[in-house]
Design a protein around this ligand. Structure first.
Ligand SMILES: Cc1ncc(COP(=O)(O)O)c(C=O)c1O
Length: 405
């Protein structure tokens, strides 16, 4: 809202969190979506590349701002420095959703923070990874391009926008929690991150040795996969004949291990400053026991059928979802248009009036203003059948949808 007004073009990946779509509805900005890079081996989604952004600048010389997600939920980082340089050359701000990166900048073995790489604005969910209370977050601002001295974003406008979206009764619990988290990281951040990295590296090494598990690694930077936050562990359980949702349930119920993000093939864990050696032991023991049990034929047979119904991880899910999903209206126009409820088969090809996403990770598969593609519906149904949680649908059974009349 501080960088784009109604009709202004914002360049961003299609795989943003639903909070970004809320921002588009509030501001009226027109999204120009790019598809991020997808890892062909694991199906994991990375970032948009500098090359794709440079190409979009040619096609849309009137862009007002660029938004990227770095790191992703799985800890995959963008080439933020190169993207920031492109934006600065264009004289437009780079906004970074750094919800999962508030610990960056506190240890040299962690990726560099977005602001230190030239981002204009970054938002960090202090509550997710550091010790802030739930809902506490920070918006970091670099209003000036240090080279040109140009003001890329007006701090006064940011303050005004905050007044529109925040309560006029600030929570001193949340403010104190932010201050305590800041103080903790300023005084002990390096030591805490040294310990966290050691635990994460130990967990990664031990999980790697369990037959049937594949732990996501990034030995070399790839386009859209510049760096991996080592404190995120993404484990592919598909070779065990399990979906991520099934593995999550087994680990949770039998071994007291809670994944941050279960998906069709993977489980992602956050190792944070709140973890200790006992947690890592429990994680590894749980995985080892589950993998051993999965090798038992009977157990394997019960899970195999569900698994075979899943997508092939190499197909590039978002490409499939995006097929036919052109924007009919801006998210704001769609949000304020008259809508109706319609049975699903008739809804394909109509313009969605709702934001529907598997949660976590909260990346909308349907969003207001976008045409509903059959790939999107098939994907939501798979998630639902596999035991995932779908949020935002007016009809949780997905028999009907709200579409623009
Ligand atoms: C990439 C990303 N951005 C933004 C958010 C929203 O953050 P918060 O829950 O702090 O509002 C999330 C939440 O999961 C997220 O994963």
């Amino acid at each position: 809202m501080a960088s784009c007004g109604p009709g202004d073009k914002l360049l961003l990946p299609r795989t943003v969190h639903r909070s970004v779509i809320s921002g588009l509805i509030l501001s009226g900005a027109r999204p120009i979506f790019l598809l991020p890079e997808v890892c062909g081996r694991t199906g994991l989604v990375g970032s948009v590349t500098p090359a794709a952004i440079a190409q979009a600048f040619q096609a849309h010389p009137d862009l007002k701002a660029v938004l990227i997600v770095s790191p992703t939920y799985e800890g995959i980082c963008a080439e933020t420095g190169a993207i920031a340089a492109l934006c600065h050359a264009q004289g437009i701000p780079l906004l970074v959703d750094e919800a999962h990166g508030p610990h960056f900048g506190f240890h040299p073995d962690l990726p560099a923070s977005a602001l230190s790489q030239g981002a204009t604005v970054s938002v960090q969910s202090t509550h997710k990874v550091l010790s802030g209370l739930t809902q506490s977050a920070m918006l970091h601002l670099r209003p000036w391009d240090p080279r040109s001295g140009e003001c890329l974003i007006d701090p006064g406008r940011v303050a005004q926008a905050l007044q529109l979206v925040q309560s006029s009764s600030p929570s001193y619990l949340l403010l104190a929690a932010l201050d305590a988290a800041r103080s903790q990281m300023a005084t002990q951040g390096h030591a805490l991150m040294t310990q966290t990295l050691a635990l994460a590296n130990q967990a990664r090494d031990r999980l790697r040795q369990i037959p049937g598990l594949r732990v996501f690694e990034l030995p070399q930077p790839q386009p859209g996969f510049a760096q991996l936050d080592p404190t995120r562990l993404t484990v592919d359980v598909s070779a065990l004949g399990l979906t991520g949702f099934e593995a999550d349930e087994i680990l949770n119920e039998n071994y007291g291990v809670i994944a941050e993000l279960p998906s069709l093939w993977h489980l992602t864990f956050i190792i944070s400053l709140g973890n200790n050696a006992v947690d890592i032991e429990q994680l590894v023991t749980g995985f080892a026991a589950m993998a051993e049990r999965a090798c038992d034929k009977t157990f394997h047979a019960t899970c195999q059928e569900t698994f075979e119904n899943q997508f092939d991880p190499k197909f590039g899910l978002w490409r499939e979802i995006a097929i036919g999903a052109e924007l009919g209206l801006s998210p704001r126009e769609a949000y304020f248009s008259a809508a109706e409820t319609i049975a699903l088969p008739d809804g394909i090809g109509q313009i969605s009036a709702e934001t529907v996403c598997p949660y976590p990770p909260g990346i909308p598969v349907l969003l207001p203003g976008e045409r509903i593609g059959s790939g999107a519906i098939a994907y939501l149904r798979k998630i639902q059948a596999a035991g995932g949680i779908i949020s935002g649908a007016s009809d949780p059974s997905l028999e009907t949808l709200r579409v623009i009349r």
